[in-house]
Design a protein around this ligand. Structure first.
Ligand SMILES: *Cc1c(COP(=O)(O)O)cnc(C)c1O
Length: 420
């Protein structure tokens, strides 16, 4: 096997430099653990940005993948396949929607939602063609396509990638009055929101913000689109973050008790990290605006993706991952709060379920969070800064209480040895 040093050299030499990875090479994963080629073992506290909620190489997901790969992997949608319908029935019942539109990556699913929303506005709401507006939130992250970065306000994501796609109104996050005002503008088709802003640094809005957002959308005949690519599928201690603190104990199977979005966007953990699978869910009165030839993807809805997604969602339910995330998330925040209370370095901990962040007492432009993550790596835990002063902690949801407490000890030790 090649060494870490060699693997990094090869990437630097032959790959575009569009990422700035932590200096660690991973060659194996199992559950909450990953290993480098030299055999060092680490706790994974990023989970591939919450794609690996079910843990690395989950045996049930791996089996679904390999079984289906040996049978039929891709047909395109030029023909029917014998798995897509089964998956569509399963996933729509699981999340409580009439229909699903299957795609591959998160950004593609966001694009799909935007297209459905605009078409709905022209054909159902009567907005004049070319004039639909979609309200988005400041500091959003919805992916990397040309349209999606058009309404980002991250300078790295945007600069020199214009001209930008028009038709978006940007307002502050967690400001219901700003939303009320923006909804008074003409031709608003939808609101696109993350229930918790992950890439922005795990920014959790006020308890009733999402519910009020959905209510205002309904009142104004505007579609509420929830991007749950990172927050969804048990990460925040309920099946979806839009569940909030409803009584479902983390696993509503029906929509009755939570704020149901008009359009739900899923990706990442929909496959448990085994394969790119994303999905857009909506009820018939919305999804019916899409007709043959109007949208698609060669790989979208392929049998391999479908079998993997069914297995990945089975695991979430069978292993009660939402409940585990809820319980251990509370424990983690309590432990981090104790550390914050004793610390000059850590200012704050925030999050929900097992999507949490620690805010470091330094500027967003500093390198302190990066340096702390390198120190954590050297002590056997992998996390990634979301800004110069914010570290996200998001382990696979299969983590046990003992493992979590071992990780708390690693963070504590790193903290006490750390010098800026
Ligand atoms: C990761 C992410 C995306 C983009 O998903 P990709 O699969 O990387 O295209 C979109 N929205 C949110 C909230 C995300 O976290």
């Amino acid at each position: 096997m090649i060494t870490s040093k060699k693997a990094i050299e090869l990437e630097n030499e032959h790959g575009a430099h569009n990422y700035h990875p932590l200096p660690v090479v991973l060659s194996k994963g199992e559950g909450v653990y990953v290993w480098d080629p030299e055999g060092n073992k680490y706790y994974d506290f990023l989970s591939a940005y919450s794609a690996v909620n079910q843990g690395h190489s989950h045996p049930k997901i791996t089996k679904a993948l390999t079984d289906q790969a040996q049978t039929l992997s891709l047909t395109s949608r030029a023909f029917y396949n014998n798995v897509l319908g089964e998956y569509e029935k399963y996933v729509t019942e699981y999340f409580g929607f009439d229909k699903v539109l299957p795609m591959n990556t998160g950004a593609e699913a966001v694009e799909t939602a935007i297209k459905i929303c605009r078409k709905w506005a022209y054909e159902k709401k009567g907005v004049h063609e070319q004039e639909a507006q979609i309200i988005v939130l400041e500091n959003n992250f919805h992916g990397r396509t040309t349209t999606v970065i058009s309404f980002s306000n991250d300078p790295d994501a945007r600069k020199n990638f214009g001209p930008y796609t028009p038709g978006f109104i940007k307002i502050p996050y967690n400001d219901i009055e700003a939303l009320r005002k923006a909804l008074k503008q003409p031709n608003v088709a939808g609101v696109l929101a993350e229930p918790i802003q992950g890439e922005a640094g795990v920014v959790v809005p006020d308890d009733d913000y999402i519910r009020q957002m959905a209510d205002l959308c309904k009142k104004n005949n505007v579609l509420f689109m929830a991007d749950e690519i990172q927050t969804g599928i048990a990460r925040t201690g309920s099946l979806l973050a839009v569940c909030g603190n409803c009584s479902c104990q983390g696993h509503c199977e029906r929509q009755a008790t939570y704020t149901k979005p008009d359009i739900l966007i899923l990706g990442k953990a929909l496959s448990g990290g085994a394969y790119p699978v994303s999905a857009v869910l909506a009820d018939n009165h919305i999804m019916e605006v899409i007709k043959p030839g109007q949208h698609g993807s060669t790989y979208g809805g392929n049998p391999l993706a479908c079998k993997v997604a069914i297995a990945a969602l089975d695991v979430v339910k069978d292993e009660k991952l939402a409940q585990n995330a809820r319980k251990l998330g509370q424990l983690f925040r309590n432990e981090m709060q104790n550390l914050v209370d004793e610390s000059d370095l850590f200012n704050k901990v925030r999050g929900r379920g097992l999507l949490n962040a620690v805010i470091i007492n330094d500027s967003p432009e500093s390198e302190t969070a990066w340096k702390f993550c390198v120190a954590l790596k050297n002590n056997g835990l992998l996390a990634k800064p979301t800004h110069g002063n914010i570290i996200r902690f998001a382990p696979p949801l299969v983590i046990t209480e003992d493992q979590l407490m071992e990780c708390v000890e690693i963070i504590r030790k790193t903290h006490s040895d750390f010098k800026k």
